[in-house]
Design a protein around this ligand. Structure first.
Ligand code: GLA
Length: 739
């Protein structure tokens, strides 16, 4: 529920278990009041009001959107420069001095329930809202949108702060809209989508960092007083950091308890999250466009709508915060909720050595072990016989597929599987027809080096003709082939970002990708998409509105994956996390791990197979088939259930997970030991989230019920037998009430 009290001039956004409150003060400033894990409205008492009139005492003011202008030396969300003199000059004012401050004053509000205006400044509306609504592709209608209108009284800038409350999730999706209401262009020099004021002292922050092959490494630390930044300076989300955080008061949260605040950006361009821990104990989080090389020119009458900064709070520790983000992403972000199929990808089996016969032979073996989606990776098009050439030429190579691709697709479909194909639509090799025809279509600065990475350059997605060309190329393939799934890859960071759009390319590139994906999905509604950027380099709530799953990492070593997947699970749900079983001797790390470990770890997400099936014995293929059949029996629990991290790597050297269906009727238990735990005599992890009264039958891969235990017993004692293990020890069990 969203409520405005005209007497105290307070806004209250009440979720099922949370409150978020703001106040309009006597000067018309919109101030943050409170945010917390109880559903009680707060009154208009501003405990952060400056205690005196000294200029140094104003620093604690908590503007909802701190802008550069009012007296503060702290971080800001918005900085604007107006090239013209103010509308009303004061005595002593000199002309020709650009104005570089902005003041925001409250002018009114609007509330929209399920797309319909329900309140305008406390009155019932007379006309429907005509404002743009960028976040409208939402499956779950249980949300209320509050728009608060601010403007600069002396400059032609209107700012609308938008709050979409999902009460059942205790999540608020926030963004802002900036409009130039004057006759001349204005320049925005810094812009966060939102600023979050955490309760004072919330200085313990959890984020992830990484690199290619080592994404999503968890780090948790207490912020010193000062600023801490994570971000990316390229045109995709990046491997180095991922745009989400969890935060709490040090010592007051655990995996299972305590208030934890969280936030995640819905944006795949150059982004920045700044955590500012002030001397006063205040902690503010600014999330939005990376200010490096940033510029946004607002033309007269133009409105810029930022992407969203999703935020929320849970009283159930880091685990509760993750579950809130997972449920929100499943209900309100992802394009659909259909079960994700078991995938086979032939990349590591054949690399660039593609042929119809070779792929068809793999497809027959894949179908026989229970695979549901067969994906042909890089190398099927143009002159792409190695990473050296061909990117950009999206036509089926007659050299590789003399009869075209459709016969293979038909064979795959006849085997009962869907067919998927790899693309890297943002790239071009200099050795390609596309580059030879349009060398000006790549990002570059005139006369300067065009740095190649993996022998490729980045197309200028600021050019409409480039986007149209790529759309037409993909459309031609999709129109003439029955393709069910696209793996959308992106294999380098950007350098020399010279674009026809100027500095706007840091945003325009992501907008171009989104637009292309949206057009393709609209024209081919049955199509599924996977986001890949050299593994997990493009995972965020913006791309997740358009894709069904992501490639988590090129590193498929099961023990490394435990760490990668644990960090991933802090923010993102298992139903998007592709996890493959690959060769016994891992291609990335060279480590040898047995099949059980490889399956037990891969079955924690969207199961895929990447092994060379031709190199496997009949017995091994039979074991693969048995694991895949096991996974299919419980995948709805992994893909749609609530995740409990029972043991974490940092604390126990093992990762033990439990997925529980919301009605508690089924659960999946998965343990995997990372460090040798021999001799430690650790007791089995206690389960969580089960129905204490019910009796659960516990099934292994061979459908044997190994025990019948009550939910209460399992939550007090754990699964019998999981007391120790060497590195690589693993086990997956399926729990069901009533069998
Ligand atoms: C990237 C991807 C891999 C594979 C190759 C193909 O590295 O992450 O999965 O698709 O490209 O070139």
């Amino acid at each position: 529920m969203i409520h405005y009290n005209p007497n105290t001039r307070t806004f209250n956004l009440l979720g099922q278990h949370s409150h978020y409150a703001m106040l309009v003060d006597g000067d018309g400033r919109l101030l943050h009041l409170a945010w917390g894990p109880t559903p009680n409205p707060v009154t208009g008492h501003n405990r952060f009001a400056p205690p005196g009139q000294s200029s140094f005492e104003f620093q604690g003011q908590r503007d909802e959107l701190p802008a550069y202008g009012p007296i503060s030396v702290h971080e800001v969300a918005l900085k604007v420069s107006f090239p013209n003199p103010p509308t009303a000059l004061k005595p002593g004012d000199t002309l020709n001095r650009p104005i570089r401050d902005v003041r925001l004053a409250y002018t009114g509000y609007e509330i929209e329930e399920n797309g319909q205006l329900s309140m305008v400044n406390g009155q019932l509306p007379t006309a429907p809202s005509s404002l743009p609504n960028p976040q409208s592709a939402i499956r779950n209608p249980q949300s209320t949108l509050l728009r608060i209108f601010l403007h600069d009284p002396a400059q032609p800038l209107a700012v609308t702060l938008c709050y979409r409350l999902f009460p059942a999730h205790d999540v608020i999706e926030r963004w802002c809209e900036l409009t130039n209401t004057g006759p001349n262009p204005i320049r925005v020099e810094k812009l966060a989508f939102a600023a979050l004021h955490l309760p004072p002292g919330s200085s313990e922050v959890t984020t992830v960092h990484g690199a290619w092959g080592a994404e999503f490494t968890t780090q948790r630390h207490v912020l010193p007083v000062g600023s801490f930044n994570i971000g990316h300076r390229s045109v995709q989300t990046g491997h180095a950091f991922n745009p989400f955080f969890l935060a709490n008061r040090p010592g007051q949260a655990t995996e299972t308890s305590g208030p934890v605040y969280f936030g995640a950006l819905a944006f795949s361009g150059a982004w920045l999250l700044t955590f500012e821990h002030q001397h006063s104990g205040d902690v503010r989080v600014f999330g939005g466009y990376n200010p490096f090389d940033f510029e946004l020119i607002l033309q007269p009458g133009q409105t810029h709508t930022t992407p969203a900064f999703v935020c929320g709070v849970s009283d159930e520790g880091w685990g509760g915060a993750s579950r809130r983000l997972h449920t929100f992403t499943r209900d309100a972000v992802l394009p659909n909720d259909a079960p994700r199929p078991v995938l086979y990808n032939s990349w590591e089996a054949t690399y660039f050595a593609l042929s119809h016969e070779g792929q068809a032979a793999l497809a027959r073996k894949a179908a026989a072990i229970g695979v549901e989606l067969f994906v042909v990776d890089d190398g099927w098009f143009g002159g792409r016989r190695s990473p050296l050439s061909g990117l950009g030429d999206w036509t089926v190579s007659p050299e590789v597929f003399p009869r075209g691709l459709q016969p293979l697709i038909e064979e795959v479909h006849a085997l009962g599987m869907q067919f998927g194909l790899w693309f890297e639509p943002e790239m071009v090799n200099p050795d390609s027809d596309l580059y030879r025809q349009h060398p000006d279509w790549v990002l570059h600065f005139p006369g300067r080096p065009r740095t190649e990475a993996r022998m490729q350059l980045v197309l200028d997605y600021g050019r409409a003709e480039v986007i149209d060309h790529i759309f037409n190329a993909l459309d031609a393939i999709l129109a003439n082939h029955d393709i069910d799934f696209i793996k959308w890859d992106m294999n380098r960071n950007v350098t020399e970002p010279g674009s026809v759009t100027g500095k706007a390319i840091w945003r325009a590139h992501a907008a171009g990708v989104y637009g292309l994906m949206d057009r393709l999905r609209q024209k081919y509604p049955h199509l599924s998409l996977q986001s890949c950027s050299g593994g997990g380099g493009r995972v965020d709530l913006g791309i997740l509105r358009r894709v069904d799953q992501v490639w988590t990492s090129d590193n498929t070593d099961a023990l490394d994956r435990l760490r990668i997947q644990e960090g991933f699970s802090l923010a993102y749900p298992a139903r998007i996390m592709e996890a493959w079983v690959t060769h016994e001797k891992n291609h990335q790390t060279g480590r040898v791990l047995d099949l059980a470990t490889r399956f037990d770890v891969a079955m924690r997400g969207v199961l895929g197979i990447g092994s060379d099936l031709n190199a496997l014995s009949d017995e091994e293929l039979k074991a693969y088939a048995s694991y895949i059949a096991f996974y299919k029996r419980f995948r709805h629990v992994v893909q749609d259930g609530d995740l409990y991290r029972l043991e974490t790597l940092a604390e126990q050297g093992a990762s033990t997970l439990l997925y529980v269906l919301p009605d508690q009727s089924e659960a999946v238990y998965s343990v995997a030991v990372h460090d040798h735990l021999i001799g430690r005599h650790r007791p089995p992890a206690c389960l969580r989230g089960l129905n204490p009264q019910a009796t659960y039958a516990i099934f292994d891969r061979h459908e044997r019920a190994i025990a019948h235990l009550s939910g209460a017993d399992l939550m007090a004692q754990g699964i019998p037998g999981d007391t120790y293990g060497p590195a690589g020890y693993s086990r997956t069990l399926h729990l069901k009430i009533g069998d």
